[in-house]
Design a binder for this molecule. Sequence first.
Ligand SMILES: *[C@@H]1O[C@H](CO)[C@@H](O)[C@H](O)[C@H]1NC(C)=O
Length: 130
Amino acid sequence: MRIQMKILMMACLVLCLISTAYAAQGNAVYYDPPYTKSACYQNQDHGTMVTGVSDTLWDGGRACGRKYKVQCVRGANTAPHPCHDGASVEVEVVDYCRQPCNGVLNLSKDAFAVIADPVAGKVQVEYNPV
Ligand SMILES: *[C@@H]1O[C@H](CO)[C@@H](O)[C@H](O)[C@H]1NC(C)=O
């Protein structure tokens, strides 16, 4: 029994390490303020560090209120040097990005501007639940 427990714990540890090494990636776009029109909270102000999510993360609306730490990985088009290297931003899910959503995340312009140049319009990001 004890040995089985240890094996189980080792397996869990390895899986946890692997899952953090391969963080989820996808495209992010952005939208302009005001950010109060939202599928989660009607006309409630949840600040400027907010995002809409597409079906990948929406989870039938259970995504509302979840938080993600987002970083720019690389450009998703020909815009030169779109990423602000080393920058990350924490955003709260407040909206649904319906198809055709151009990304997994539809960030507020304020959040997008922290991690990338808004001129690029769209970038590839890495996102992790907070
Ligand atoms: C991003 O969200 C806004 C606000 O809900 C929406 O108007 C816009 O169409 C979305 N952008 C995309 C690319 O779906």
